[in-house]
Write a new protein. Sequence first.
Length: 171
Amino acid sequence: MATADKYITFEAAYQFLNKRLFDNKLEACVITLNCDGVRKAFFVKNSFKAQDGSETRDEIALNPDIFASCTDVEILSTLAHEMVHKWQYDYGKPGKNAYHNKEWAKAMKRIGLKPFNIVKPDRETGPACAHVIMEDGLFAQVCQELAAKKIKLDRQLQKPSANKKRKDKRK
Ligand SMILES: [Zn+2]
């Protein structure tokens, strides 16, 4: 009997990647689907605070407008990229203004993502960095497992603004 597709939320995807790529070291993080123009995603330390100041939570913001044209693997790799920023804030030495430094680049490669500087692609560090998935890396392996189990990202959870343009087009 064929197994049906199983859909998981971004939060569940975060927990899964935390377990498989970061030894469950990362604390819970608020994942928002923020439309923010050109950026694919970003990480903010202590973005959320309890009213009495007793508790804070970090934020990973993902851009659903860009994701509309991305595969699940691409989206997960972006989530993992931001999780490396979180790992570095909690366990390493982050560069100023989310600068992608050598330690970050090393951590990226450890989980199977090869970083590159968008402006100077022969470099692995700099203010604006993207990544490619290493074929034989841990990240690629984890994605193969998800595909084998027919686990897909639930993309229903989008801001209405992200869907608006598409709806208008249909008219
Ligand atoms: Zn980054």
